[in-house]
Write a protein that binds this ligand. Structure first.
Ligand code: FPP
Length: 249
């Protein structure tokens, strides 16, 4: 696989190592536009987007950022042309098969979140294999949201708790934020400190709705395939200049 030349391998000196975001989430927008600008088919943008994601994951490892979560396919993305959806499903499967050995060596723990049962069986097999083969890894946590929707995630958590109440295993008054969060796909992750969205759109698009209650949002006009370590450096620098108040004064 072609990866862009590696720059900023070490944490840039103007970043404060003690105040790095522990969990970064990304909405990888702009692949289609990047391809159109190059007069290429949209799928070439997605292909290039994989290289960007791979380098960002490596960068998180190099800089000591513990978790990266990427929005790869939303519950709404099924509405795209069948050709593009099929390409994306095949791409996810191919990338997983190709990159698994390296992820094991790099000590990356990969997880998938979303309604995975609706994905093609062969992709589900690769997902299962990659999660099993990396489950004991202790390094960077890499989470891929696939067929993911924040509202759908909240509804499934409500249903799980309602069932426990119905069966007499849970009292309504025992439901609190911690218990609710433990029923989300991201139960074993800290909430994202920083969400980066490329290509200029300023919305969450149904991504990590609960988890982003106090997360910082950084939007850049750069299209996802062009988002490199220099862009990531800018995003983390902007994050470190923010004053996080968590609702307090
Ligand atoms: C949004 O750009 C991008 C996607 C819906 C797909 C992103 C997926 C990848 C980069 C592959 C990740 C692979 C793995 C295995 C995790 P867009 O098509 O909406 O761009 P546009 O807004 O310019 O049309």
């Amino acid at each position: 696989m072609k990866v862009k030349p590696i720059a900023l391998q070490k944490l840039p000196p103007d970043l404060d190592a003690s105040r790095l975001p522990q969990h970064v989430a990304v909405i990888m927008d702009g692949n289609g536009r990047w391809a159109s600008r190059q007069r290429k088919p949209r799928i070439m943008g997605h292909q290039r987007g994989v290289d960007t994601l791979k380098d960002l994951l490596r960068c998180c490892k190099d800089w000591g950022i513990h978790a990266l979560t990427a929005y790869a396919f939303s519950t709404e993305n099924w509405g795209r042309p069948l050709e593009e959806v099929t390409f994306l499903m095949t791409l996810f499967e191919r990338v997983l098969r190709r990159e698994l050995a390296e992820m094991i060596v790099e000590n990356i723990k990969i997880s998938f979140v979303g309604n995975l049962t609706a994905l093609p069986d062969t992709l589900q097999d690769e997902i299962r294999r990659s999660m099993e083969d990396t489950q004991d890894n202790t390094g960077t946590r890499f989470t891929v949201a696939t067929n993911y929707g924040g509202r759908q995630e909240i509804i499934q958590a409500c249903r799980a708790m309602a069932t426990q109440v119905q069966q007499g295993h849970l009292k309504v008054e025992d439901i609190n934020e911690g218990l609710f969060a433990s029923h989300l796909y991201t139960a074993d992750l800290v909430d994202p400190d920083l969400l980066i969205r490329t290509s200029g759109e300023m919305r969450l698009s149904n991504f990590l709705l609960w988890q982003m209650a106090y997360g910082e949002i950084y939007v850049t006009d750069t299209l996802w395939p062009d988002f490199d370590r220099f862009e990531f450096h800018k995003a983390v620098l902007a994050y470190q200049k923010r004053h996080r108040r968590f609702g307090k004064v």
